[in-house]
Design a protein. Structure first.
Length: 467
């Protein structure tokens, strides 16, 4: 069990008194920043010289001077309207010790879910029954020292923030970030004037804080089945990634609009389609669902015509599933060529992410009512993010693992690059949360096991992949 040795409230460096920035509305795209806190963990070898608490706090404080919005207060006015109030609330940093676990043990066990405890990740920051969401801390950090001196750094934000924090810790000067409230802003028809909130320095704000309109309750969902869930790691080597694309592109494809995307399908599209096709086949929910949707967030900075500037800081992701990636389950999994149909549907959806579609999305700006006939899959890829380049001055991480979302209604997966010694960005890793019998069916799928592999408890490799 990890022992939290100390907790600090870290704020940005003080600045000359300036007029406070106005609060502004967040749309559905940006609101995921506040609602679904993805907590990744970076695992580092023990530094040659022990690091002081001040090493982390001073560099974080300097970094927050450019990322003040991450310590702001979020207010939920309705299911489709959030307001971000930038202020000096600061963020909590927890320093913990876990002496009965070592980095060597984690590596020997290949960072299997059974040996990576949840206590390595920062605690949740949304107070129970907080309808206003003002208790949300966008940024919360836990730093754990393992028994052999190894360090686990787990923030609730990463990518550009963690890159800049590491640069500051190395003594470098970072480029000021642009937090433009006009980018991705909902249209006037779907939003109203933001309501100012007082500066909040405490961890939680009372749930009775005033709001402009009552937050509408989400439709009631049936209780999830009591079937126990297990986490399992899967790997696709660089050689298997190449073989997978060749295999998918060799499958037949029915006539139709997807033919236009066939020549543009990427290796990542093929991997996503393989996992989607395989997981739906293995799912217990297949017997009571009729449709399936694959939600695949796309970074709008990386489209052929970027829909937001490359230096925009904030959420800039848009899912293409409403466009194309939805099938009747039997149509997708009934035949092996369903994998190619899925890959082409994903790529077609990405190609259809245009300015007109984005404008319509912002105008609509609504949260759909859950359709219980759908078996949903939500996968996001962090290949290409350079997560293993993070260096605070004492070495790069040896592993990067996000805390898995155990959602009973949607199958969630985070596709990440392999560790550098195993293939880096050319390979892929992902973790699935499924019932034991679903995992067994997945591993027995001859197509899935041809490209993906896993490790048994005795260290032997499962699957018939190319290593």
């Amino acid at each position: 069990m990890a022992t939290v040795r100390e907790t600090h409230l870290v704020k940005a460096l003080p600045t000359p008194q300036v007029a406070p920035k106005p609060s502004y509305d967040l749309n559905v795209l940006d609101s995921t920043l506040a609602k679904f806190l993805i907590r990744p963990a970076y695992f580092f070898e023990a530094p040659k010289t022990p690091l002081s608490t001040d090493f982390w706090i001073s560099s974080l404080s300097k970094t927050l001077s450019e990322y003040r919005f991450l310590t702001g207060t979020v207010i939920r006015h309705s299911p489709t309207r959030l307001v971000l109030c930038e202020n000096e609330r600061g963020c909590h940093v927890e320093f913990a010790d876990l002496p009965n676990l070592t980095l060597k043990e984690l590596r020997d066990k290949r960072f299997s879910p059974s040996v990576v405890p949840d206590v390595l990740y920062p605690t949740a920051s949304l107070a129970t029954a907080d309808e206003t969401w003002t208790s949300i801390e966008l940024l919360r950090i836990r730093i754990t020292v393992l028994g052999d001196g190894g360090i686990v750094l787990s923030p609730s934000m990463f990518h550009s923030f963690i890159k800049d924090w590491a640069a500051v810790a190395r003594g470098e000067t970072i480029k000021p970030v642009t937090r433009d409230a006009s980018i991705l802003k909902a249209t006037a028809a779907t939003t109203s004037k933001p309501v100012e909130a007082p500066v909040e320095a405490n961890r939680f704000k009372p749930a009775s804080a005033p709001v402009a309109a009552p937050a509408a309750a989400a439709p009631a969902l049936p209780a999830p089945p009591a079937t126990p869930q297990v986490l399992e790691n899967f790997y696709v080597s660089p050689a298997s990634m190449k073989s997978l694309k060749a295999y998918v592109c060799s499958l037949p494809l029915p006539d139709g609009p997807m033919q236009k995307a066939a020549n543009q399908v990427s290796t990542s599209d093929c991997l996503s389609a393989l996992v989607w096709w395989s997981v739906v086949q293995a799912s217990n929910a297949r017997a009571r669902k009729s449709k399936t949707i694959f939600a695949y967030p796309v970074n709008m900075r990386t489209l052929q015509k970027p829909l937001v500037p490359m230096d925009y800081v904030g959420n800039a992701w848009l899912s293409m599933h409403e466009r194309t990636a939805k099938f009747q389950i039997d149509d997708l999994v009934g035949r092996e060529d369903g994998i190619r149909m899925g890959a082409c549907a994903i790529r077609q959806g990405i190609c259809e992410l245009t300015e007109d579609y984005l404008r319509g999305f912002l105008e609509k700006n609504t949260v759909p009512i859950p359709d219980m006939s759908i078996l949903g899959c939500f996968f996001t890829s962090w290949r290409g993010f350079g997560v293993y380049d993070t260096d605070f001055g004492f070495g790069k991480p040896v592993e990067f693992i996000p805390q898995h979302s155990k959602n009973p209604y949607v199958i969630v997966g985070y596709i990440r690059p392999m560790a550098p010694e195993h293939g880096g960005e050319a390979g892929a890793e992902f973790q699935l949360c499924l019932a034991p019998e679903e995992v067994e069916r997945l591993k027995n799928n001859p197509v899935f096991s041809r490209f993906a592999h896993w490790y048994h408890e005795d260290g032997t490799i499962g699957g018939r992949c190319n290593l």
